[in-house]
Design a protein around this ligand. Structure first.
Ligand SMILES: Cc1cc2nc3c(=O)[nH]c(=O)nc-3n(C[C@H](O)[C@H](O)[C@H](O)COP(=O)(O)OP(=O)(O)OC[C@H]3O[C@@H](n4cnc5c(N)ncnc54)[C@H](O)[C@@H]3O)c2cc1C
Length: 308
């Protein structure tokens, strides 16, 4: 892992830095590159613009490991009312949640109860629900929760991380459920006994897992979503899907708001299903530091924003 990436990921865990940064005007300006605003209305406004360009959206309110500070009932109610807003506006936007937002740190049972309530609300709207994958200490519990929710609510998807050595086995375990998988490279600082330290190995694992998912999708046994801005990988997997005569409904590409926007439009024009994940909320610091860590050159953008 590069020194810059390591430093940024360590900084993402500092409450002191979080307090400093979220109060500074330059940091709030810089974060706008990756999020349209802190309010739900900002995210839904951006979702409407994307929808008119044929790009779908996913929304997520930032705020992980907030147990104790924020009641999980409040988080659940926020998302339930967000789903109602989405329906009222005629949007096809769906929600994505981090299990720790729903209390995974304190109670698996509580988190499962809240997740099921959200999946039920999504079901009533005919909508989808996504579960993010957090750091490796949560993977066992998140897989168990996914199995529980997916067996009752088929329109539930899970992010899986290509950088983890365990992911091929985890994917095999989920296959009987016909999983909907958002394959991502992985955004957290993980030790070398858990995840590939070299980016090239993660990239290779992504392609291999992507091909496994495409083969399963072809047989109706999984739905693959490629959650990456790596255009080499995207073109390779889209090309593979096309060589297998797969349709738009059999795979999708998801990217983050503000990253590779032109490519999101180009893929859409080329007939690929694309969705954009839009974040909002005031608790953006750890998430923002992970975005900087993905591309340390982004730090220069922050520096420039200081003088804007
Ligand atoms: C829809 C979606 C959902 C995600 N959900 C999760 C999750 O649940 N759990 C999880 O651990 N991770 C998640 N991630 C993050 C993911 O793990 C990676 O950290 C992130 O996508 C960067 O890796 P990459 O695949 O884009 O490839 P990289 O090889 O890192 O990047 C490829 C190219 O994309 C561009 N790029 C990538 N990141 C940035 C950036 N921040 N700013 C500007 N340009 C950039 C650069 O040009 C770069 O060269 C998600 C990502 C996406 C797109």
């Amino acid at each position: 892992m590069s020194i810059a990436r390591n430093l940024l990921l360590r900084a993402s865990k500092s409450p002191w830095l979080a307090r400093q940064m979220t109060q500074r005007a330059f940091a709030r300006r810089a974060v706008r590159k990756f999020m349209p605003g802190e309010e739900l209305g900002d995210a839904l406004g951006a979702a409407a613009t994307l929808q008119s360009a044929g790009i779908g959206s996913i929304i997520t309110r930032l705020g992980e490991t907030l147990t104790g500070e924020r009641n999980t009932d409040e988080v659940r109610e926020h998302y339930i009312s967000a789903m109602a807003d989405v329906a009222r506006r005629g949007l096809s936007t769906v929600i994505s949640i981090k299990p720790t937002q729903l209390g995974l740190d304190s109670s698996m049972a509580e988190c499962g109860r809240q997740l099921e309530a959200l999946a039920q609300a999504a079901h009533e709207h005919g909508a989808f629900i996504w579960m993010d994958m957090e750091d490796s200490s949560y993977v066992d519990r998140t897989l168990e929760l996914y199995e529980r929710v997916k067996s009752v609510y088929p329109k539930t998807g899970l992010a899986m991380q290509a950088y983890l050595y365990r992911t091929p086995k985890d994917l095999e375990r989920l296959m009987p459920l016909r999983p909907v998988v958002r394959l991502v490279k992985g955004a957290y600082a993980e030790p070398a006994n858990v995840a590939f330290p070299k980016k090239a190995d993660t990239d290779a694992a992504f392609v291999e897992l992507g091909e496994t998912l495409l083969a399963a999708s072809k047989e109706g046994k999984a739905m693959p979503i490629f959650g990456t801005h790596d255009m080499n990988i995207v073109h390779r997997l889209v090309g593979r899907a096309r060589s297998m005569q797969m349709t738009k409904e059999q795979f999708e590409v998801h990217m983050l708001y503000g990253i590779r926007s032109a490519e999101q439009r180009a893929l859409t024009a080329d007939g690929v299903g694309v969705r954009c994940l839009i974040s909002y909320g005031s608790n953006w610091f750890p998430w923002y530091m992970r975005r900087l860590a993905e591309r340390p050159a982004n730090v220069w953008f922050v520096v420039k924003s200081t003088f804007a």
